[in-house]
Design a protein around this ligand. Sequence first.
Ligand SMILES: O=C[C@H](O)[C@H](O)[C@H](O)COP(=O)(O)O
Length: 260
Amino acid sequence: MAIAWSEKASSMESLSLSPPVSPSVILTQDELKKIAAFKAVEFVESGMVLGLGTGSTAKHAVDRIGELLLQGKLKNIIGIPTSKKTQEQALSLGIPLSDLDSHPTIDIAIDGADEVDPHLNLVKGRGGSLLREKMVEGACKKFVCIVDESKLVKYLGGSGLAMPVEVVPFCWKFTANKLQNLFQHSGCVANLRNDCKGEPFVTDNGNYIVDLYLKKDMEDLQVASDAISRIAGVVEHGMFLDMATTVIIAGELGITIKNK
Ligand SMILES: O=C[C@H](O)[C@H](O)[C@H](O)COP(=O)(O)O
C-alpha cells in the first residue's frame, strides 16, 4: 500500500528522521516501518544491552543496529534476540549476542506489534514469537514499540485479525475449546495456526499457536489476560498490557511518538 507523506510531516518530529524523507513523497508500508525502526534506533547508545524484536518492522531496526556497529558509531552492544530468526539475522550482521540468563536486565528493547490500542497496550505474536518477546520485553527498562499507522486499533482485537495464544501441543483442541468458550460472549472463534504446508505451525519453543478471532471488545483486558493464563495448556498469550514505554508510529502525516 502506498501512502502519501504529507507536507505536514515537516512540522513534526519526523524532521530528525534518518534516512531523511522529503514531504509529499509516496511511501510504502514497508518504508513507514523502516522509518519507525530507524527512529527507535536513535535511542540506542554504545554499551547497551538490547532486546532485538522479531518481524518485518523489527528487522529494519536490527539491520540499522548492525549498520551503526559496522560504521563504529555504536560500540559494545549486546543483543538479546526474541526468536531464532532474529538470532540468525543478528549473527549475520556481526551483532554480539547473549541471553536473559546472562543479562537479566535489558536497557532497551525495540520490536513491532500487530495492534496498538490508545493506551499503548499491544497484540503481538502474529509471527509466532510472542513468548520470547514477552520474556525479553518484560525484562527491559525501556520497550520501544515500532509500527506503521495501520496497526492502530480502538481496542485489542479490533483489527479483526488474530489474537495469538501459544499452547502446548498436547490435546491442543481441548485448550482451543477452553479459549473459545472463555470468549463465547464476544463471538470468539479459536483456530489452530497452520504453516504453509498445512501442518500445525510450530513455535521456536516447540509449541502450537491458537489464533483467537474476537468480534467484540474484551473490555477489561487484565481480567481477560488472567483468564487466558489460568487455562492449563496455555503457555503465553499475545496481549502485551502496559509493557510498551514508547510507541513510535510512522504514518501519512509523519512520525508520532507516544510515551507512557
Ligand atoms: O510474532 C511476531 C511479533 O510479535 C511481531 O513483532 C509482530 O507480529 C509484528 O510483526 P510485523 O512487524 O512483521 O508486522
